[in-house]
Structure formats: structure tokens, C-alpha cells
Design a protein around this ligand. Structure first.
Ligand SMILES: Cc1cc2nc3c(=O)[nH]c(=O)nc-3n(C[C@H](O)[C@H](O)[C@H](O)COP(=O)(O)OP(=O)(O)OC[C@H]3O[C@@H](n4cnc5c(N)ncnc54)[C@H](O)[C@@H]3O)c2cc1C
Length: 454
């Protein structure tokens, strides 16, 4: 079958993109390497949209939760992933969990039954030179294609362990304990130069924290991850702690040049250096999310929450993302892709799914859905208008395509920290306020869109 769009990768994003295109009359070739001689270290079957780990799409609460809101918006766009998810749904409280086999079978059956979709079991080794293409090959993209993407983007290597450090919601940090400053007052020329949030520790607090890192329960590497090298500068914080009691005080917790104004005295009017400092760096342009610098970690998630809340100023920290290390292939999308997910250097190629730097089944599917709609608009010569920035889809897309800080870009789940803030609303009512605003704005976008009706 002659095709209009070539989708590479029949995972969550590729399957969703294929569905969105096909039901708008676009002919799609969907290339999936599993079942055609290719395999990944995590997939177990040849089924499309296989869930490689948990069977959960997380919260389905669209009134208080950003991922629940994303479900809601995707349902509004007749998402294949959400449809198949309903068919395969199993009881899981307020979360949406699925029977993974039923789910994958359903996705595959829907696509196989569609006359506009041709599923081809083949491994694609290089980016095509021409023709509208959507690359949705995921975190475990085959090495040959990853090399081709690396050449096209100028990135030396795309496969490495994520240096994932925890990210904290700004409004959960206690600024009566922390303070804003750059070391030796040498901040960037952006803003007022006080670039970092600094959390001070005295000696006793530091020693207890160091011991906590040594004692904390860690996640073990999977066997297949053992051959992937650590990304430069991505040493887990607990591994550094094992090297000696002071290693962190000479590394990410270095206190020099950081006068704590909360400790100011007549003799030291600008304050004193703490014994150790945890620094947080702004992670998004809105300034709502802050990254714990150098705190990439393999500590178990519950352990991270417990231990990191012992850091002065972070006692009530809410985490937008916890730390972790695993192999992941993804692009520095804010610099490489345009606002329509197209490779700036080769705009016939669009990327979708986790390879763009979103994280999670639902987010990857949502970005696949958007890539499909964008390709529909491009083929039909229609102007593309992105979903509003205040919606879950719009916030995620904006983050990937330019709003995230490119230097520290790491895979990201959808969360309210990506949304334009609502400081005038009381904190307790913010989640409802975000979702209400999102629903109103998203609804208006849907009603006005020329691309969406199928
Ligand atoms: C070990 C591991 C555990 C994870 N656990 C979770 C979890 O519990 N919850 C969660 O929400 N997310 C989890 N994720 C993230 C999850 O994988 C993604 O969120 C989601 O699957 C990404 O969707 P995708 O469509 O971008 O990629 P995928 O679903 O991985 O799909 C990519 C597809 O492309 C195919 N492919 C790759 N290269 C080629 C090629 N060259 N030619 C043709 N086909 C190719 C692959 O076979 C695959 O089918 C995990 C990831 C990993 C690696």
C-alpha cells in the first residue's frame, strides 16, 4: 500500500499516531521491529503497544491530578490508547490499570482492522531521506537507528543512563530556611543573578544525612543495563557518599562562597557559610520546578522522599519527579525540535513518544497523538494551533519543544509544575483551579480546531 506517512515504532506513541492519522483518511505504514527480527531488552512479546513494566496509567482523577487530566483530554480526542485501556481495565482504585495482554491485543486489533494502516514487521536502520516520517522508537531505540539519529542531530551518543535528579515544586520549599544566591555572588546575567535555592546544613545535620545515604535502600541495576556506561557527571549521590564522609562536601554539597543571610550577625552581616549546602536549580521557564543539583540517585522512591525531607527547608517538599538511573534514549528536544516536534535540520522527520523526553506510558501516547494531528494538518495544508499552554497536553508539548531548560533537559512526567502558575489561588484549591482552567481552555481549543474533527 502506498503511504502518506511512515511511522517507525509500533509502541504506545507510534500506535496512537497511526490511529489519529488513519481515522482522518491518511494512509500509514507502521514499521515495528519486534516480530521482524528485532528485539529490545525489555519487551517480551511482538504485540504493538506492549507495556514493558507496570500495568498502570496512574491516576484517572481529572479534577486533582495532571495525569488524570491528560487521560481526560486524550479521551476528548478519541485516543486509541485510552479506548483500548478501557477495554482492558482492571480494578485499581482511583488509578487506571490494565491487563497488559488484553490492552496490547486490542490496540493491535484496532490498527490491523483499519484499512488505512499497514503494519510492517521490519527494523528501520536509518532515518529516511524524504517523506513525512514519525519516529516513535522509544527509550530502547535500536542501536543502528540511534546512531543514524545521532548523526542527523549532531549528538555523539543517545544511549546512556539518565542522570535523573529529583525535581521539587517551588512552592513547597521553605524560604524562611533556604535562600537564593549563586556561589561567590557570581550568578548568570539572567534575572537578578541569585540563581540557586540553597538549603543549609550544620555539621550534625550533614553527618546524619550522609549516614542516611549509606543506609538507604537502593534499586539494583537490571542485568541488561550493566553494559551501558554512566553518563559523564552522573555519579549517583549515594555512590559519592560511599567514597568518604567529606566527598559530597567537596562535590555537590560544597558550601564555599555561600553566605547564609539567615545566619547573619553583627560580625558577619552577610551571614556565614553552612557546613554543607544542597542547591536547587531552576528547571523550567515558569520557575515552578527546581532540580536538586547533583542528586541523581538509585535510592528507592520512598527512601528518597523520607531522606530528602530531612534537608533543612525541604521538610514539606513535594516532588514533581523522583531521582533514578536507567538506560534511556532521548533527544535534547528543546534545542533540536521545533514547536511541531519536527527535527529542525530535517523537517520531514517528526519525533513522538518517550524519545522526545517525555516520560511514561500516558505522556508518550499523548505526544504520539499530537504528532499524528500535526502531520494531518501538514498534509492538509491546515494551520496547526497547539493545545493551550494551560491544558495538560499543551503544557507537556510546550515543555518538550522549548520551555524546558535545554542544559538540564531530562525526561519528564506531566505535572502541575509545567502549567502557568495561579499564585492568586490558595494552595489547597490550586489543583482544582488548574483542572478547571484546563478543561475550559482545552474545550475551546477543540471546538475551534480545524484539524481535530475526524
Ligand atoms: C525498563 C523500563 C521500564 C519502564 N517502566 C515504565 C512504567 O512502569 N510506567 C511507565 O509509565 N513507563 C515506563 N517506562 C517508560 C515506557 O517505556 C515509556 O513510557 C513508553 O513505553 C514509551 O512509549 P514509546 O511509544 O515512546 O516507546 P515504546 O513503547 O518503547 O515503543 C517503541 C517501539 O519502537 C520499536 N523500535 C525501536 N527501534 C526500532 C527500529 N529501529 N525499527 C522499528 N521499530 C523499532 C520498539 O520495538 C517498540 O515497540 C519504562 C521504560 C523502560 C525502558
Amino acid at each position: 500500500m502506498a503511504h502518506d506517512v511512515h511511522i517507525i515504532g509500533g509502541g504506545l506513541a507510534g500506535s496512537e499516531a497511526a490511529w489519529q492519522l488513519a481515522r482522518r483518511g491518511v494512509k500509514v505504514r507502521l514499521s515495528e521491529m519486534r516480530g521482524g527480527g528485532g528485539e529490545t531488552p525489555a519487551h517480551q512479546t511482538d504485540g504493538l503497544a506492549e507495556l514493558v513494566c507496570s500495568n498502570s496509567f496512574r491516576s484517572d482523577d481529572h479534577e486533582h491530578n495532571a495525569v488524570g487530566l491528560l487521560h481526560h483530554e486524550m479521551r476528548g480526542l478519541d485516543s486509541l490508547i485510552m479506548r483500548a485501556g478501557e477495554v482492558a481495565r482492571v480494578p485499581a482504585g482511583s488509578a487506571m490499570a490494565v491487563d497488559r495482554d488484553v490492552f496490547s491485543r486490542e490496540v493491535q486489533a484496532m490498527l490491523e482492522a483499519h484499512p488505512n494502516v499497514e503494519i510492517v514487521r521490519e527494523k528501520v536502520d536509518a532515518l529516511p531521506d524524504g517523506g513525512l516520517t514519525i519516529v516513535a522508537t522509544g527509550p530502547l531505540t535500536a542501536a543502528s537507528l540511534a546512531e543514524s539519529i545521532g548523526r542527523a542531530t549532531g549528538s555523539e551518543s543517545l544511549a546512556f543512563f539518565d542522570a535523573i535528579a529529583p525535581i521539587v515544586h517551588r512552592d513547597s520549599i521553605d524560604m524562611s530556611i533556604c535562600w537564593m544566591a549563586a556561589r561567590w555572588d557570581r550568578g548568570s546575567s539572567l534575572g537578578d543573578g541569585k540563581d540557586y535555592i540553597n538549603c543549609p546544613m550544620d555539621k550534625e545535620q550533614y553527618l546524619a544525612f550522609h549516614q542516611g545515604l549509606l543506609d538507604g535502600e537502593k534499586t539494583e541495576f537490571k542485568e541488561w543495563e550493566a553494559n551501558t556506561p554512566y553518563f559523564e557527571g552522573c555519579m549517583p549521590v549515594e555512590v559519592m557518599a560511599e567514597r568518604g564522609v567529606d566527598t559530597l562536601r567537596y562535590g555537590p554539597m560544597k558550601p564555599v562562597g555561600l553566605d547564609n543571610p539567615h545566619w547573619a550577625t553583627a560580625a558577619h552581616p552577610s551571614g556565614r557559610w553552612p557546613y554543607a549546602v544542597v542547591q536547587l536549580r531552576q528547571d523550567n521557564k515558569l520557575g515552578t520546578l527546581w532540580n536538586m543539583v547533583g542528586f541523581q540517585t538509585k535510592l528507592k522512591h520512598a527512601e528518597q522522599v523520607r531522606l530528602f525531607r530531612t534537608i533543612p527547608g525541604l521538610e514539606n517538599a513535594e516532588f514533581a519527579r523522583l531521582g533514578g538511573l536507567h538506560r534511556n534514549t532521548f533527544l535534547n528536544s528543546p534545542t533540536l525540535l521545533d514547536r511541531q516536534l519536527r527535527l529542525k535540520r530535517a523537517p520531514h522527520i517528526r519525533f513522538a513518544g518517550q524519545i522526545t523526553g517525555c516520560e511514561g506510558y500516558v505522556e508518550s501516547s499523548a505526544v504520539g497523538l499530537l504528532a499524528g494531528l500535526m502531520a494531518v494538518a501538514e498534509l492538509a495544508g491546515l494551520e496547526w494551533t497547539a493545545p493551550p499552554r494551560t491544558s495538560a497536553m499543551g503544557a507537556l508539548l510546550a515543555h518538550i519543544t522549548g520551555d524546558a531548560e535545554a542544559d538540564s533537559y531530562q525526561p519528564m512526567n506531566v505535572n502541575f509544575g509545567l502549567f502557568p502558575p495561579l499564585p492568586e489561588v490558595k494552595k489547597k484549591q490550586r489543583k482544582e483551579a488548574y483542572t478547571e482552567r484546563a478543561k475550559a481552555d482545552f474545550g475551546a481549543w477543540l471546538a475551534a480546531s480545524e484539524v481535530v474533527p475526524a
